[in-house]
Design a protein around this ligand. Structure first.
Ligand code: DGL
Length: 259
């Protein structure tokens, strides 16, 4: 079976890796989380591109057949540079997420939430308009969702989580969106709170959408369960515990690397 590389700015991309493993259990994966440089979402496109090129170069050395850019911020700003630098297919999460949202929306009023850099790049807005020119897109950066998810504050009944979600998402509700793209690796963990603030709205998780795209590219041949290797550019204190929460599976070992 093929081996794929997956990279993200930290642990968030493990939600994407999990979706891919669920869909293609025989696949071998190599994950790189650039924890030392997190967050990408508040940095300039030039710096995110530079970091992404380093992460991709590390994974390319691991003999991978395909590279998945799990980070929405890197997918939004660095894909052209990554594709120029590597001969293997490089897939980002924006196109698959936008396609799923364009399909899901009946009214054509679609919300996009992500990091500051993702929203400012206009990547989802452009992808959605390319697919359905008539759509009205309302995009909102929700920076506090990232530390909330890392802290494990994701319970939709938690007062703080509810208030933050309501404050960020009020504009999307006012715009009467019927579909919202979770355009950040961390947001699937907060889907309960996001759904609570936007009743009746369909949430599109780009992790599931990219997993479907990888399956389409590689085919889902059965086989023995694949092996999974984890590398991080920093592995502080209780970090692996947080990583396991994002992956939803135990992580036996994770190696610290300098890239
Ligand atoms: N992985 C980032 C993303 O999906 C979120 C965390 C960060 O800002 O680095 O955009």
């Amino acid at each position: 079976m093929a081996r794929i590389g997956i990279f993200d700015s930290g642990v968030g991309g493990l939600t994407v890796q999990r979706a891919i493993i669920d869909r293609l259990p025989a696949l071998d994966t190599v994950y790189l989380g650039d924890k030392a440089r997190l967050p990408y979402g508040t940095k300039s496109p030039e710096v995110v591109t530079q970091y992404s090129l380093r992460a991709a170069a590390f994974l390319a050395e691991q003999d991978i057949d395909l590279l998945v850019v799990a980070c929405n911020t890197a997918s939004s700003v660095a894909l052209p540079a990554l594709r120029r630098a590597h001969a293997i297919p490089v897939l980002g999460v924006v196109e698959p997420g936008a396609r799923a949202a364009a399909r899901a929306s009946r009214s054509g009023r679609i919300g996009v939430i992500g990091t500051q850099a993702t929203v400012e790049s206009g990547s989802y807005q452009a992808a959605l308009r390319g697919l359905r020119p008539e759509v009205e897109v309302t995009a909102r950066a929700c920076p506090l969702f990232v530390p909330l998810a890392e802290e494990g504050w994701t319970d939709p009944e938690d007062e703080v989580v509810r208030l933050v979600a309501r404050r960020y998402l009020a504009g999307l509700q006012a715009a009467s969106v019927d579909t919202v793209v979770l355009g950040c690796t961390h947001y699937p963990l907060l889907s309960g709170a996001i759904a609570g603030a936007l009743p009746g709205v369909a949430l599109v998780d780009s992790a599931a959408a990219i997993a479907a795209e990888v399956a389409e590219r590689l085919g889902s041949a059965p086989g023995a369960p694949g092996t999974h290797r984890f590398y991080f550019t920093d592995v502080p204190g209780r970090f692996l515990h947080v990583a396991e929460r994002f992956l939803g599976l135990p992580i036996a070992t994770a190696e610290q690397v300098d890239i």
